[in-house]
Every structure is written in structure tokens, then in C-alpha cells.
Design a protein. Structure first.
Length: 456
């Protein structure tokens, strides 16, 4: 079901695109109408999608304030913005993106001053946008006064240091059977490497609800400060804040970002800390975790989920079932590898998780461990993303509690090639002519034409 709020000029195209029989609320806004009143009236009706034109006659500040209230009242409603002839750098579009609204249709007028909307609306309904698609609108408001040339130079410098990937969005769940610390450590290194070398907006969720540790690995305070609307407490942790917001039916992508902690060194890396209130452990259900994951997909390009080794824990099982990729971390010894194999076979045979989702990382390779050939034989049914050698400095860096991960220190010089190999196999491709490609192997094959179109 659809709500449509627009100008008289575009009403017919919008209704035709969504189907007249599907429209349950329709208003044409003119100069005499009160936009605030109309949108508040629309919020009283449950609809799946609101199609809203940005060019209706109202002040930008009123538009954003009213739209924000609508998002809080109807967090489950998808919003499509019709904004013909808008260009990158538009302040109103930037503010809309900051509300977590990424479906922005902005075709240009033809020579007859006509705008064709129908195919764009149909495409938007079929393929919801994520943040990456709307990133061109997302500019800092206080930078709007800077010259265009200055912005271009900044972007060019950033792009030179980035890596790109061939898929639009990934949910990567990390799992292990034996050594959670090893798994958490590797998850941290990969998250930081992606954040430092890519323009991805990355969310890491600590869903090891029995033994959360990622606040320690990331060097952040596990507590966040909340307003009374979310909970009666003044401080809380990320996962419990999500629970209270879902229970109050006010959870949204905007609130999720408030519940996360942005890393002080990387503007594109966010952490949702774990569940430290054990009284809530049995209260969170599959519904809560699935709602969290689905909401995170609205705002983040890459979602990395940490789990507990007990697959009977609701959080772990939900993270495994909803992952696009499951990275199983195994130690380089026989019992560890055997345990991983046993659990993966169980998840595949009895819980019908596709085998293709599972990837392996071998950690702790040394002279005393099993050799690579033997480990490859053990995991011959799975893709091995990489082998990580034992390095005592990983633990030393962690114990300093400085928030700087091992991969970004000088101690990782011998290890970084292994991590680069892992992110390459995950679909994150180093750009040609960067230091990545000069130091490490060049890509062996060119991307297909379709692949190029999908690169973000």
C-alpha cells in the first residue's frame, strides 16, 4: 500500500507507476496547503511506501523536521523521494540522506521541460537503494560553502587510497568453535583494514551475547548515553538499547546510528557493543536480532557480525542464518579443524545453510602446527580465504588498550599480505596503480562489464 504526497504536476505519473488501486493516501500540495499537517495525517495510516516529492512548496527546514517526525512515527515505512533536476551537493538531499532515506529519484527534464518519472519509480520499487547509492548526496552541511574544485581535489585524494568491491552489500558473520579471542581479533583486523582503505560504511555488531569483547578490541567505551525516550536509564550498551527501542516500537535506522559508537580514527567504522546486561540474555529473541539486521541493511554497506561459539544461542544462530558469508576461523591444529568441520556439516545437513556461504580462515600457522597441505585436505569442501601466521605481537598490541589494531601497526608488516588476500577473496578489490597493486600481486583477470557497473 502506498501514500503519495506531491505536486499536481507529477501526481499522474506517480499514481500510474505504483498502481492506482494500491494508493490509500493521496494529497496534492499547493501553496495554500500545510505540508506539516498533510504528512502528520499520512503518518496515522499504515502504508508500506511513502512517495514524497521534494519540490513541494515548503521551507527546507520544515520539510526535514516534519519528515524526521514521520520517520519516528512510521519507522517501518519505506520512503521514496522524487527530486527532479537535483544535483550532487544539494543541501536538502544531503539532509534527507542523513535521515537514512536513500531512495532518491532525480531524473533531468528533457528539451520540452518534461520529466519522465515512471521507469525510475518502478526501478526504485524493485531495487531498494543502500547508502552507497545515495553517497553522492551525503555532504557535510558546513562544507557547502567550499568551492567545487576544492571538493573534487579532496575526493580524488581519498579515491587514490581506496579499495572497491564488486558486490553492493555483504553481511559477514564470524564464527568459531574453540577460541573466541582469535576469532574476535581477526574480525577486528579485517574491519579496520576495510575502514582504513575503503569508502564503505561499515557496521560491526557484537552479537556474542554471552561474552561480548569487541569494545575492548576496538578500544571504545561499551556504554552509550541515551535519551529518556529510549530507556529510563541514562547510560546503556548498544545491544540492550536496540532491545528497548524495538519493544517501544520506535526502532529505526536513525536510532541505530545513535546506539552505535563511531571509531575516533575512522568516520566510516561503527560498533554496536554487546549485551552486558545478562538479565536481558533470555529476553532477546530471533525477532529482535532479525529486526536489528534488517534495519542495519538500510544504512550500512558492510555489516560484520561477531558470534558466540554455541550455535544454540539465539543471537549466534540468527547471525548464521542471515549471513551472506560465514567466516569460520580455525586454529592450525587437528582437533580445532575437526571441531569446525563437525559443526559446519551439522549446520549444512540439519539447518540447511548453503555450503557455499562458508569460508575458512586458518589462524596460528607455525612450525609446530599442521602444514598447509594437510589443512587444505581437511577443508577441501570449502574455500580457504587465507592462512594467518602466529605473531605474538597481536596480543601485545591488544593488551596496550590503545584502540589501534594490530593490522595498522608496524608489527603487521609480515602479515598484511595475508589479510589483503582475504579481503580480495571477499570481493573487495584493490584498485590498479595503487600501492596495493605495486606491492602485492595484480589482479589476474579484468572485471566483466557487469562487474564494472556494480562497483561502488
Amino acid at each position: 500500500m502506498f501514500s503519495v504526497i506531491c505536486t499536481e504536476k507529477n501526481i499522474n505519473q506517480i499514481v500510474q507507476a505504483v498502481g492506482a488501486g494500491n494508493v490509500v493516501f493521496k494529497k496534492i500540495v499547493n501553496k495554500e496547503d500545510d505540508f506539516r499537517r498533510i504528512l502528520e495525517e499520512s503518518a496515522r495510516i499504515h502504508t508500506d511506501v511513502l512517495v514524497l516529492e521534494a519540490d513541494i512548496p515548503t521551507d527546507n527546514s520544515v520539510f526535514i523536521e516534519t519528515l524526521r517526525k514521520y520517520r519516528i512515527a512510521r519507522p517501518e515505512t519505506r520512503i521514496i523521494i522524487i527530486a527532479p533536476n537535483r544535483k550532487a551537493g544539494d543541501m536538502l538531499m544531503a539532509q534527507i540522506v542523513k535521515l537514512g532515506i536513500y531512495d532518491i529519484i532525480s531524473p533531468e527534464s528533457n528539451e520540452n521541460d518534461e520529466v519522465l518519472l515512471i521507469p525510475y519509480i518502478v526501478e526504485a520499487l524493485d531495487k531498494p537503494s543502500v547508502y552507497t547509492n545515495a553517497a553522492r548526496w551525503d555532504v557535510q552541511i558546513d562544507e557547502m560553502q567550499n568551492s567545487f574544485q576544492k571538493k573534487v581535489k579532496v575526493v580524488e585524494k581519498v579515491v587514490e587510497k581506496t579499495i572497491q568491491r564488486t558486490v553492493k552489500q555483504q553481511i559477514i558473520t564470524f564464527y568459531t568453535t574453540d577460541n573466541n579471542q582469535s576469532k574476535d581479533d581477526i574480525l577486528t583486523q579485517i574491519a579496520f583494514l576495510l575502514a582504513s582503505k575503503s569508502m564503505q560504511k561499515i557496521l560491526v555488531i557484537d552479537m556474542n551475547s554471552m561474552l561480548p569483547t569487541l569494545d575492548h578490541f576496538f578500544g571504545v567505551d561499551k556504554e552509550i548515553f541515551l535519551k529518556d525516550i529510549y530507556d529510563l536509564n541514562t547510560v546503556n550498551t548498544g545491544l540492550s538499547a536496540v532491545y528497548y527501542a524495538i519493544e517501544k516500537n520506535i526502532f529505526s535506522s536513525e536510532l541505530l546510528e545513535e546506539f552505535t559508537i563511531k571509531h575516533k580514527k575512522f568516520n566510516n567504522l561503527y560498533l554496536l557493543t554487546g549485551l552486558y546486561d545478562m538479565n536481558l540474555f533470555s529476553t532477546l529473541t530471533t525477532k529482535h536480532y532479525e529486526t536489528l539486521i534488517e534495519t542495519a541493511k538500510e544504512s550500512y554497506d558492510t555489516i560484520i557480525i561477531n558470534t558466540n561459539n554455541d550455535i544454540g544461542v539465539v543471537a549466534t544462530y540468527t547471525a548464521l542464518k542471515n549471513a551472506s558469508i560465514i567466516i569460520a576461523v580455525s586454529g592450525a591444529n587437528y582437533t580445532y579443524a575437526r571441531n569446525i568441520n563437525t559443526i559446519l556439516n551439522y549446520l549444512i545437513d540439519y539447518h540447511k545453510i548453503p555450503k557455499s556461504k562458508f569460508k575458512i580462515i586458518i589462524d596460528g600457522l607455525s612450525k609446530q602446527s599442521l602444514n598447509k597441505d594437510y589443512l587444505v585436505k581437511i577443508f577441501e569442501e570449502y574455500e580457504i580465504l587465507g592462512f594467518l601466521h602466529f605473531n605474538p605481537y597481536r596480543e601485545e598490541v591488544l593488551n596496550r588498550q590503545e584502540g589501534t589494531p594490530f593490522i595498522l601497526t608496524s608489527y603487521s608488516k609480515k602479515d598484511i599480505a595475508s589479510y589483503i588476500e582475504i579481503i580480495e577473496k571477499l570481493g573487495y578489490i584493490p584498485k590498479p596503480e595503487t600501492w596495493f597493486s605495486k606491492v602485492f600481486k595484480k589482479r589476474k583477470a579484468n572485471l566483466t562489464a557487469k562487474g564494472r557497473e556494480e562497483i561502488i
